[in-house]
Design a protein around this ligand. Sequence first.
Ligand SMILES: Nc1ncnc2c1ncn2[C@@H]1O[C@H](COP(=O)(O)OP(=O)(O)OP(=O)(O)O)[C@@H](O)[C@H]1O
Length: 350
Amino acid sequence: MALNKETVLEALKKAVGDSGQDPVSRNLVHALAVEAGVVRFVLEGAPAAELQAMRPALERAVRALGAEQVTIVVPAASGSEPPKFGKHPTPQAGPTRVEGVRHVIAVGSGKGGVGKSTVSANLAVALSRLGKKVGLLDADIYGPSQPRMMGINRRPASPDGQTIIPLESHGVTLMSVGFMLREDEAVIWRGPMLMGAMQQMLNQVDWDIHGPLDVLIIDLPPGTGDVQLSLCQKTELDGAIIVSTPQDVALLDARKAIDMFRRLKTPVLGLIENMSTYICPNCGHEAHLFGHGGVEAEAKALDLPFLGALPLDLDVRLAGDAGTPIAAGEGPAAGAYAKLAQDLIARGLV
Ligand SMILES: Nc1ncnc2c1ncn2[C@@H]1O[C@H](COP(=O)(O)OP(=O)(O)OP(=O)(O)O)[C@@H](O)[C@H]1O
């Protein structure tokens, strides 16, 4: 059966049995996105325990349609009174600096699922291991994955109801839009509220709670939407790093993202090729599942730095799913991230 929004919604309707109770009719399914075998949506509007209970059946139903990756975001349950989050943006003349942060680097991609969040998390951890003070802001509103990848998901405290105290994981100061979502806050998915939420995450979070950060890495949503626009216009960025796989279809979208950053006068610091080579763990044979070298060639053509190639490695996914980025350990993938981090430092970007 085809994989598209209609077939996904049909499958979700039938996934939990009783048609009167199906999550689509109950309006629990929000921000559904279906793209190249990847299905994402937010499940909210009922008690978190109930949503968590129905999640496996929904995932199974979508996978049965042939989806390769299914991301179902159930907003974190609220603890004590949370900081007020998601408001209209306050007017601001031009781009402002993020206080307590020396460098701000956005990590973007044209296409979804190319590993932008994986690269952001691992780069943050690798830089931290090299002694840098690192912050990571997960601004991927359509599928915040840092709570899972960094192995932490709870609502940050706000002693005064204004300042948001970021969390800490694997030596990285962390804030995710995923920490802040509650059942009644779907409004932040829309234009002006979204800009307000971005402003809050940059300006209300106490980023330098443990001293000034050397770098804040921002994990953007894929594509060229409101978040990117708002960020580039309102925040002084050092630049953006673009992650792509070597496939033509991913490169095509990467080009669009680069074009957007250039038009917004945000320097593109370089390109990273993810899922570059695959070494068979059994026989050592090297294969190029998504092609090879395409991103380096693209960087050359666009006269941009090529920052490195990262292997396709099952352990990278397993580590991300388990909440400890591979860069926190040892081995070839961790080494590749350490090299990337060293290179950014050598270029004076961090
Ligand atoms: N080099 C790699 N080797 C193996 N698996 C990888 C690699 N990079 C990413 N992955 C896996 O691919 C999937 C997608 O990665 P990730 O979520 O980082 O992509 P993304 O570009 O941030 O996606 P999104 O569009 O959802 O924001 C994840 O399951 C991740 O663990």
